[in-house]
Design a protein around this ligand. Structure first.
Ligand SMILES: NC(=O)c1ccc[n+]([C@@H]2O[C@H](COP(=O)([O-])OP(=O)(O)OC[C@H]3O[C@@H](n4cnc5c(N)ncnc54)[C@H](O)[C@@H]3O)[C@@H](O)[C@H]2O)c1
Length: 327
C-alpha cells in the first residue's frame, strides 16, 4: 500500500514539492488548490514528465479537500508569499486565517496525518495548525531549519570551493531575522569552518544565510524562493514516510528544551513515521543560548498577535531529550 501525500497549495512551493516527492516515488500525491484548474494542471504536467523521468505513481490535482482524505502526510504551502518590502510578519494575519481554515478540514479528512507546515511566518503557522487540528503536537512540524542550513552549507561551499555534499551546518531558532546559525557546528569534511575561514568571512556567510530568502526575492522580484524550500519540505516528507529517523532542524514543540516552554521553534529533531520522535539538545554556549532566547521572544510575539492560542492537545510522548555535540 503506497503512502498518500497531500500538498495544500499548488503555487510555486507546493508544485515544486509535488515534483520532488513524485520524482523520489515517496507515495501517491494529491495536489490541492482552492483555485479551480490550477492544481489539476500542475499535477497533469508532473505526470506527463514521469515517462521521461522514470517515476510511476498516482498524482492528482484537485480543488476538493475531500480528495485529500486519509492522507499519511499533509504539506501545507497555502497562503500568500512575501512580496518585495513585505516582512514575514506582515503575512501573519493573512496566512493564519488560511492555514486555520484548511487545518480544520484536514483534521476531519486526515485525522492520522503528520502535518508539515511551510507557509510563513512558519513558526507561528505551525502553532496555528496545531491549534486548529488539535493533533498531538509531535505530529505537527514546520519546515525552516533544513532550508536555512542548506543555504548556509551552500555559501560555505561556494566560499571554499568545495562540494556542498561535504559541508554540514545547523541553523536553529525562528525562521527569519532571528534565526540562529551555529558556526561552531558548521564543518567541511569534519573540519570546523573556524579552522578554514577567518571570523569576518564566517560572519558574512551567516549574514547572507539570514537574508537568504530576501536575496532571492530581490533578484526575482515577482516570486520568492521555491526550489530549495521544496527540497527541504520533500526531505521532511521522506523522513516521515520512510521512517528514516533523520536528525533535521525543524520547527517542533518545545516543552522546556533549551529553556523554552510551550513554543514551536526550530531545533534539531529526530523525524520518523510519528513526526517529531525526539528533540535533541545541543550544548550551546552563552551567546548561542541568548540568541536562541531572543529568537523565541520574536516567535512568541508573532503567536501573541492572533489572540488566545493555548493548545489543549496531547503532549508529545517523546523520549527524554538527549544531548550531543560539543560543549
Ligand atoms: N518555511 C519556509 O522556509 C518557506 C520558504 C518558502 C516559502 N514559504 C511560504 O510558503 C508559502 C507558499 O509560497 P509560494 O511561493 O508557493 O506562494 P504561491 O503564491 O506561489 O502559492 C500559494 C498558493 O496557495 C494557494 N492558496 C491560497 N489560499 C488557499 C487556500 N485556502 N486553500 C488552498 N490553496 C490556497 C494560492 O492560490 C496559491 O496557489 C508562502 O507563505 C511562503 O511565504 C515558506
Amino acid at each position: 500500500m503506497r503512502k498518500k501525500i497531500s500538498i495544500i497549495g499548488a503555487g510555486n512551493v507546493g508544485a515544486a514539492t509535488a515534483l520532488w516527492v513524485a520524482r523520489k516515488e515517496l507515495g501517491d500525491v494529491v495536489l490541492f488548490n482552492r483555485t479551480r484548474g490550477l492544481a489539476e494542471g500542475k499535477a497533469l504536467d508532473i505526470k506527463e514528465s514521469s515517462p521521461v523521468d522514470g517515476f510511476d505513481l498516482a498524482i492528482a490535482g484537485t480543488d476538493r479537500i475531500e480528495d485529500t482524505t486519509e492522507s499519511d502526510v499533509v504539506v501545507l504551502t497555502a497562503g500568500m508569499p512575501r512580496q518585495p518590502g513585505m516582512s514575514r510578519s506582515d503575512l501573519l494575519q493573512m496566512n493564519a486565517a488560511i492555514i486555520s481554515a484548511v487545518c480544520v478540514q484536514i483534521a476531519t479528512t486526515s485525522p492520522n496525518a503528520v502535518l508539515i507546515v511551510v507557509s510563513n511566518p512558519v513558526d507561528a503557522m505551525v502553532h496555528v495548525a496545531a491549534k486548529a487540528t488539535s493533533f498531538p503536537r509531535h505530529k505537527v512540524i514546520g519546515m525552516a531549519g533544513i532550508l536555512d542550513s542548506s543555504r548556509f552549507r551552500t555559501f560555505i561551499a561556494l566560499e571554499l570551493g568545495v562540494s556542498v555534499e561535504d559541508t554540514n551546518a545547523m541553523v536553529l531558532g525562528g525562521h527569519g531575522d532571528f534565526m540562529v546559525p551555529l558556526p561552531r557546528h558548521a564543518s567541511v569534511g569534519g573540519i570546523p569552518v573556524s579552522d578554514l575561514l577567518p571570523e569576518d568571512r564566517i560572519a558574512a556567510l551567516i549574514e547572507r544565510t539570514r537574508k537568504g530568502g530576501a536575496e532571492i526575492l530581490a533578484l526575482e522580484k515577482v516570486s520568492s524562493a521555491y526550489y530549495a524550500p521544496a527540497a527541504a519540505a520533500g526531505q521532511m516528507v521522506e523522513a516521515v514516510v520512510k521512517d528514516k529517523k533523520r536528525v533535521l532542524p525543524c520547527v517542533a514543540h518545545l516543552q522546556g528544551e533549551y529553556g523554552i516552554h510551550d513554543l514551536f521553534m526550530g531545533v534539531p529533531a529526530l523525524i520518523g513515521a510519528n513526526g517529531v520522535e525526539r528533540i535533541l539538545e545541543l550544548r550551546l554556549n552563552a551567546s548561542e543560548f541568548d540568541a536562541l532566547q531572543k529568537s523565541a521572544d520574536a516567535v512568541r510575539e508573532q503567536v501573541a498577535c492572533f489572540g488566545d492560542q493555548t493548545l489543549h492537545t496531547p503532549s508529545p510522548d517523546l523520549q527524554s531529550p538527549a544531548s550531543f555535540g560539543h560543549g
